[in-house]
Design a protein. Structure first.
Length: 331
């Protein structure tokens, strides 16, 4: 079930139409696979919530249904985080190494489901492009056809690489887990480290949870990760990891470098009071984002950031020995 590849520069108009028509048939077959893949992920995550015995109590049933929706939404948030990263990869950067570093770790419980969904969405993109080529063929220039063909080829390449990664030997998982991400603690306009200042004002009862969130960024597991979407235009592209009542806001600024913007307690899912403050924090960060990226290779900056990171972990886990923080391994 592969698409036919053709040299768009050398092909005649009749050949172009024939190939697109044939590929539409292939795309339609893939559409059924897309639906099947989506169904598989939805069924899997629905089953994860069915740990209760049937109870005639309506209130309890409603609670279970609510929990099921929330758990599925957590999966959707996590899937969207990784899918957004895959979508950003251009044809120039589309290598197995680059794809792999933007996928979840194999130790992630939802690893297989996330990869299935990513491939399903890439297949859907291919189908939509083929349908567009057929319906708009009289209005498209040869340059348009070339551009769309390149996009199809890129999606096909991503699917192929993801499949290769998925089928790679399990022993590679141990090598993957040795890779550590680096936390870059973002300063305020006054030069202080915002997240450290904020944590000092938070009840220490939450410190263990925050420690787990920071560790999940370092080890690449990204606990309950979510990226802000277009519904929050000023926050779009910024991400968060979360646990019960707590959030850590971050942004990726390098292959293994993650800027830590802020950490806070969110009282309820309906709590909107933090949005204005968060937007202000994000805007301040964006004003210095490019400068932070240029400093990632500066030894003086890295050493100073390591000192800030050690201070952060000493707040969250006072008894942690300094040696245990080396290389980001804090647990």
């Amino acid at each position: 079930m592969d698409f036919e590849i053709i040299d768009f520069c050398a092909a005649s108009e009749e050949e172009l139409f024939r190939v697109v028509k044939d590929n539409i048939k292939t795309a339609n077959m893939m559409e059924s696979e897309v639906k099947k893949l989506r169904s598989m992920t939805k069924i899997k995550h629905t089953k994860k919530t069915k740990s209760y015995k049937t109870n005639p109590n309506i209130a309890k049933d409603q609670k279970e249904e609510k929990q099921k929706i929330e758990i599925n939404q957590d999966f959707e948030d996590e899937f969207n985080y990784y899918y957004d990263e895959i979508k950003k990869i251009s044809s120039m950067d589309c290598s197995r190494e680059h794809i792999e570093e933007n996928l979840p770790q194999k130790s992630n419980y939802d690893y297989a489901s996330i990869l299935l969904r990513i491939k399903a969405e890439l297949l859907r993109n291919i189908k939509e492009i083929h349908e567009l080529l057929m319906t708009e063929k009289e209005n498209l220039t040869k340059e348009d056809w070339l551009e769309f063909r390149e996009e199809i080829t890129l999606n096909e390449q991503k699917i192929q690489l993801i499949t290769e990664i998925e089928k790679s030997k399990e022993k590679e998982c141990s090598q993957e887990e040795q890779k550590r991400n680096h936390l870059i603690l973002v300063p305020t306009s006054g030069g202080n480290i915002r997240v450290i200042e904020e944590l000092k004002r938070i009840d220490s009862a939450y410190y263990e949870g925050f420690l787990g969130l920071f560790q999940s960024i370092i080890d690449g597991s990204f606990k309950n990760v979510k990226r802000f979407d277009h519904n929050h235009s000023q926050l779009y592209g910024i991400s968060e990891v979360k646990d019960f009542k707590i959030r850590v806001i971050f942004d990726r600024i390098g292959p293994h470098d993650y800027a830590i913007l802020t950490a806070f307690i969110k009282k309820t899912d309906k709590d909107k009071s933090y949005v204005e403050k968060l937007i202000n924090t994000v805007m301040q960060y964006k004003n210095q984002k490019e400068r932070l990226k240029t400093q990632l290779e500066q030894e003086k900056f890295i050493k100073l950031n390591e000192q800030y990171q050690e201070e952060l972990f000493n707040i969250l886990l006072p008894n942690t020995k300094k040696e245990s923080n080396k290389g980001g391994n804090i647990l």
